[in-house]
Design a protein around this ligand. Structure first.
Ligand SMILES: *[C@@H]1O[C@H](CO)[C@@H](O)[C@H](O)[C@H]1NC(C)=O
Ligand SMILES: *[C@@H]1O[C@H](CO)[C@@H](O)[C@H](O)[C@H]1NC(C)=O
Ligand SMILES: *[C@@H]1O[C@H](CO)[C@@H](O)[C@H](O)[C@H]1NC(C)=O
Ligand SMILES: *[C@@H]1O[C@H](CO)[C@@H](O)[C@H](O)[C@H]1NC(C)=O
Ligand SMILES: [Zn+2]
Length: 309
């Protein structure tokens, strides 16, 4: 293999890694554009008026959960280190998949040594036991949600009291019944660089319509990034997230997503944010869907999220 250290190796050059090209069809779909920031989408459920995303997370709309309802959500993370990351650039976003996926309950490892299987898009993928494979996952409401992929939007899709942060990370989790949970994390410019973003910048971004494999002997983990929200001086203090039931923000805009958008922003340097802008903003158009009308605000709650790593 022609990869040095945490080197980036283009698929095709790394025959030793996998015999099957790791192109993920879903990530490379090209049938929509951000020309009108999503206002013109007629695909799937995009025109629904029930629970479309993103929305403006307005302080005055955040409700106190009704008495007697459970509102504390435990994100019981078992983030794993992924050593082989598949990076795909669909032309309107850069997505990170692990060559391995955690198994969901009911799924079986294919092949006696668990080296192959298929993901929901029918692509060949390696699968291993839930706690140790891929990017890991979270036990939320006693259900295992594996990390399916993560990706970025520049500028952010959700707004906070009308403000649009510079960058939004979406960590997409999937349960065995197909339901999705997405953890959203905002970034804005600040003095402190973000180590996780820097690793992704160092890994590099494939050109539009291309996929590459990033091999990292230490493994890439989301744990540190989520942990950055937890105040070190007050260990155990939960973080707050805006929770509402919304949709995918890309076609077909399926209304199946439990959104947890973490309150507050992480900081990155101007240079780091510029690196993401360079690949995510094409011809002046950011890869964000504009906020939809206020259809969800009656169900917007602050949730106390307790993370256990
Ligand atoms: C977890 O449970 C709470 C309370 O029942 C619910 O509001 C929330 O949507 C659930 N989250 C997920 C991801 O299922
Ligand atoms: C995962 O990677 C982190 C660095 O990102 C490292 O601190 C940690 O020890 C690794 N965990 C395992 C199980 O290798
Ligand atoms: C999985 O791998 C085994 C051998 O490694 C092979 O016989 C089998 O056909 C593969 N399964 C699929 C679904 O490709
Ligand atoms: C990527 O593919 C789409 C659809 O095939 C095409 O319209 C677009 O020009 C391609 N972009 C680049 C940079 O090749
Ligand atoms: Zn997204």
């Amino acid at each position: 293999m022609v990869c040095l250290r945490a080197a980036v190796c283009l698929v095709g050059l790394v025959a030793a890694v996998s015999a099957k090209p790791a192109v993920r069809g879903r990530a490379l779909q090209q049938y929509y554009t951000y020309g009108s920031q999503g206002d013109d989408w007629t695909f799937g459920e995009c025109e629904s008026t029930i629970r479309q995303s993103p929305i403006d997370l307005r302080s005055e709309d955040v409700d106190v959960p009704p008495v007697g309802t459970k509102f504390e959500v435990v994100l019981n993370y078992r983030y794993a280190n992924c050593s082989e990351v598949i990076i795909s650039n669909s032309g309107h976003g850069v997505q990170y998949d692990c060559a391995e996926l955690a198994l969901l309950p009911g799924e079986e490892e294919v092949g006696g040594d668990g080296i192959n299987g298929t993901d929901i898009a029918g692509e060949m993928i390696k699968q291993r036991s839930p706690l140790t494979a891929g990017f890991g996952g979270s036990y939320t409401n006693e259900t295992f949600y594996r990390v399916l992929q993560f990706h970025f939007h520049a500028p952010a899709e959700h707004r906070v009291d009308g403000n649009q942060p510079a960058l939004e990370l979406h960590i997409v989790h999937q349960a065995s019944d197909g339901s999705l949970m997405v953890l959203g994390i905002f970034y804005d410019v600040g003095r402190e660089p973000d180590a996780f973003l820097q690793r992704l910048i160092d890994a590099g971004f494939p050109p539009a319509n291309e996929t590459m494999t990033y091999t990292d002997p230490l493994g890439l983990s989301l744990a540190d990034e989520v942990a950055r929200f937890l105040p070190t001086e007050l260990p155990g203090l939960p973080l707050l997230a805006y929770h509402y039931k919304g949709s995918l923000t890309t076609p077909p805009c399926s209304e199946v997503v439990d959104w947890y958008v973490v309150r507050g922003t992480l900081t990155a340097t101007r240079a780091q944010l510029d690196a993401f802008d360079d690949v995510l903003i094409t011809e002046g158009e950011g890869n964000f869907r504009d906020v939809v009308n206020d259809q969800n605000v009656q169900d917007l709650y602050f949730t106390t999220v307790t993370t256990l790593f």
